[in-house]
Design a binder for this molecule. Structure first.
Ligand code: PDD
Length: 293
């Protein structure tokens, strides 16, 4: 089956899906995005993803491209047209197409919208969660607003590539004081030896992950102790467990940090239990494809 993308008002074959060379996203990374999990043909936590998209747009003074209801329709249509049952949907909104100029174009410029969807191999995600992944640590060299989900991801891609070349799967950014901020495309967590969950406070230094918020809901529901605070690389290395969260693979245990084992070097029980229970607390949309149960 051929893939379909939504580009500025039209559904087009993926191979023909193009944006203009003067799209501000292409020239200035002047664009924001969202990645939402699709599970059993439904969007997972779409309200929180749409809320965050609106916030990112507002922070950068990019116009909302369409109403939330209209965007929901486009997103569900894109999932349905690609017959994605389990996977992800990607939404990108750029400031629009304008002659190259560092100054912002007039606010009347229509934003450019791209939506794609693809299936993700759930079994591969399960396998990696059962084995656990390695992370490396790298200096956080990103701009000062990673709380905005902008497409300015070059430091993230380089960090993740360095991780891959070191035999790991994710890179953890570390701030000037030696504390972990977050992963290249995930939030970072540890579990202390007395069972407390620790994840960095969601200030301007990290993206407030939708999965992070979902896991916080779960942790509260289970009466586990949570501390939203900074933690150092040293503390993480000595922790009982560590894991990462993101829409692409909800809770993934981390078993090695810079080559050093975390805990006994295998996925910990708290991480695995949170992974198994994650979808208990998530909001599920109506099905994208009519009739999917
Ligand atoms: N990334 N931090 C960063 C830097 C991220 O890029 C992501 C997600 C997260 C986790 O956010 P959420 O739980 O809302 O997915 C944290 C997506 C998946 C991506 O860029 O593909």
């Amino acid at each position: 089956m051929s893939r379909i993308a939504y580009v500025n008002g039209r559904y087009v074959p993926h191979r023909d899906a193009m944006v203009h060379i003067e799209d501000r996203g292409y020239q200035y990374a002047d664009a924001v995005y969202e990645v939402c999990e699709v599970s059993q043909g439904r969007l997972v936590d779409s309200t929180r993803h749409f809320d965050r998209l609106e916030r990112s747009l507002n922070e950068l003074r990019i116009r909302q491209p369409m109403s939330r209801g209209a965007l929901m329709t486009v997103v569900l249509q894109t999932v349905a047209r690609n017959r994605v049952r389990n996977g992800i949907v990607y939404v990108q909104v750029s400031r629009g197409v304008a002659p190259r100029d560092h100054f912002l174009p007039p606010p009347t410029l229509p934003p450019a919208v791209v939506v794609t969807a693809r299936a993700v191999d759930k079994a591969a995600g399960e396998r990696s969660a059962r084995k656990g992944i390695g992370v490396i640590t790298v200096p956080d060299n990103r701009w000062g607003r990673p709380d905005i989900k902008s497409v300015q991801l070059l430091p993230n891609t380089l960090a993740k590539q360095a991780a891959r070349e070191a035999g790991a799967s994710e890179a953890w950014f570390v701030d000037a004081t030696g504390n972990v901020t977050e992963g290249g495309s995930s939030n970072a967590w540890i579990v202390t030896h007395d069972g407390r969950l620790v994840t960095r406070q969601a200030d301007r230094s990290i993206l407030r992950g939708v999965t992070r918020t979902g896991v916080l809901d779960l942790v509260k529901r289970r009466n586990l102790t949570i501390e939203e605070r900074a933690f150092s690389v040293e503390e993480a290395r000595g922790a009982a467990e560590a894991f990462i969260t993101s829409a692409t693979n909800p809770v993934t245990p981390v078993v090695r940090i810079d080559g050093h084992p975390v805990g006994d070097g295998t996925p910990g029980p708290v991480s695995l239990a949170l992974r198994a229970a994650f979808h208990e607390v998530t909001e599920m949309s109506r099905p994208a494809i009519h009739g999917i149960k």
